[in-house]
Ligand binder design. Structure first.
Ligand code: PLP
Length: 362
């Protein structure tokens, strides 16, 4: 492969589109005629203003966000959002609904509870090791918000359709599937995504917030933990993670101009995931762990007949240029993370490798 790059199935940080990496490389020493690298220009310069504003404009176009939504950039990862959300929106005497679909939802719930906030876990798939997305959930109509994890990176499940919360604002952790498909953003009060899975490098978390949510933020919070601070200053109250935001800008440009938008991206992702799942379904050797109607388009979790074979599989794959196929340390097994940047060609090569491995070891 070009530049000796491997097929990268890492869960995060993860593969980025090659044209994006090439553009970064080409412009790295002299960004846009500035005579400086993007890592050297001031965040108060016109150069950076253009970068962040273009990243925002492209995000809004791709997700079809109306003027009620703002696109913001935070540090501290998706994990800081776990604590900021209850801190900013939940007052004494109020409560929020949470759906527990795995490791990251569990952490989000915990961060609300340690602040003494009132949390209702209205559904959980823990009874079957988080292998499915709950249905027919008894949402509370007086909840301030309903929190879901749209894609469960570790367990390999994804909401196929978002739940109807009858006007209660949805808040979604979309860290591992933002921009993988088109959806209606209007029921969402807030969407957040650590960039390092599907839209950029580590170091920045994208937050999409609806105006009515900003009105709920109390003045009493520390500046850096308030959504209103970032909203008032176009995410530049303090120094933002400039390089990470620049990379997001290029990924959004790639999505718009090379891929052709989210409908097209979704079509490609459905084909990629479909090819991999249907290959596994066609035999007995590889077993996808998520229930069929809850399978993720982004993180394909699977088992082989034994742990020894799983270890051998991961090792042999690495020797053949396929990286990152080991499952998360908390669940074991195997996982192929096939984010937007993973090409159909990488899936085809992986399936070929899996067939060969099965022949030799099955
Ligand atoms: C990776 C991940 C996180 C944690 O993100 P950080 O940026 O490391 O804090 C949270 N939620 C989901 C769904 C993830 O995949």
């Amino acid at each position: 492969m070009k530049e000796n790059r491997i097929y990268n199935f890492n869960a995060g940080p993860a593969a980025l589109p090659l044209p994006v990496l090439e553009e970064i490389k080409d412009s790295f020493l002299n960004f846009n005629g500035s005579g400086m690298s993007i890592t050297e220009v001031s965040h108060r310069s016109k150069w950076f203003d253009d970068v962040i504003n273009d990243a925002i404009a492209r995000t809004k176009r791709l997700l079809k966000l109306n003027d009620k939504f703002q696109v913001l950039f935070f540090q501290g990862g998706a994990s800081t959002q776990f604590c900021m959300i209850p801190m900013n929106f939940l007052k004494q005497g109020q409560s929020a609904d949470y759906v527990n679909t795995g490791t990251w939802s569990t952490k989000a719930i915990k961060e609300a509870q340690i602040q003494g906030k009132s949390v209702n876990v209205v559904a959980s798939s823990e009874d079957k090791n988080f292998s499915y997305i709950p249905k027919d959930i008894p949402f509370n109509s007086d909840a301030v918000y309903t929190h879901i994890t749209s894609n469960n990176t570790i367990k390999g499940t994804q909401w196929a359709n978002f739940p109807d919360t009858k006007g209660v604002p949805l808040i979604a952790d979309m860290s591992s599937d933002i921009m993988c498909r088109a959806f209606d953003p209007n029921p969402f009060g807030l969407i957040y995504a650590g960039a390092q899975k599907n839209i950029g490098p580590a170091g920045v978390c994208m937050v999409i917030i609806r105006e009515d949510m900003l009105e709920m933020v109390p003045d009493s919070l520390p500046s850096m933990l308030k959504y209103t601070t970032f909203s008032a200053k176009n995410s530049m109250y303090n120094t933002p993670p400039c390089f990470a935001i620049y990379t997001i800008q290029l990924v959004m440009k790639w999505l718009e101009e090379t891929i052709g938008g989210l409908d097209k991206m979704e079509e490609i992702n459905r084909k990629k995931a479909g090819d991999l799942y249907s290959f596994m379904d066609s035999g007995e050797f590889y077993r996808a762990t998520a229930e069929p109607d809850s399978r993720s388009l982004m993180n394909v979790t699977f088992r082989l007949p034994s742990e020894e074979l799983e270890q051998a599989f991961v090792q042999k794959a690495l020797e053949n240029g396929f990286g990152g196929l080991k499952g998360h340390r908390s669940v074991g097994g195997c996982r192929a993370s096939i984010y937007n940047a993973t090409t159909p060609d990488a899936i085809e090569s992986l399936v070929d490798f899996m067939k060969t491995f099965e022949k030799e070891n099955g």
